[in-house]
Design a protein around this ligand. Structure first.
Ligand SMILES: [Ca+2]
Length: 101
C-alpha cells in the first residue's frame, strides 16, 4: 500500500478530508476499508471506492477539534489482509487534524 494521503489536512471542524491510497496485490483486491480510532477502539468507518486506480473515501464530518487517527485495511479475494484485524492500529494509515475555523 503506497501513496497514502489525506487532503486537506488540517481540515476545519464539520468538514471532511479525502483519504486516498494506492493498493496493489498479486491477487485481486476484494475490499479496502477505512477504520478510525474512537476512544480506545478501532471502528470501521466505511469502504473505500476505487477511482482512477486509487482507493478513496471522504472521512468526516469531523465534529470536534482534535487529531483523528485512521487506518486502512485491504483484503484480497483469498481473504488475505494487508495487516491483522486484531491489530488495526498497526495497519498503514495516518492522522487528520480538525481545527476550529
Ligand atoms: Ca495527515
Amino acid at each position: 500500500m503506497t501513496a497514502i494521503d489525506d487532503s486537506p489536512d488540517p481540515v476545519f471542524t464539520s468538514g471532511s478530508t479525502r483519504i486516498t491510497a494506492t493498493v496493489t496485490d498479486q491477487s485481486e483486491i476484494a475490499t479496502v476499508e477505512l477504520w478510525q480510532l474512537v476512544g480506545k477502539s478501532w471502528v470501521a468507518f466505511g469502504e473505500m471506492n476505487l477511482v482512477r486506480s486509487q482507493y478513496q473515501i471522504d472521512f468526516g464530518p469531523l465534529s470536534a477539534a482534535g487529531a483523528y487517527q485512521w487506518r486502512i485495511l485491504a483484503v484480497d479475494v483469498h481473504g488475505n489482509a494487508t495487516c491483522s484485524m486484531r491489530a488495526i492500529g498497526d495497519c498503514p494509515g495516518g492522522t487528520t487534524t480538525a481545527i476550529i475555523p
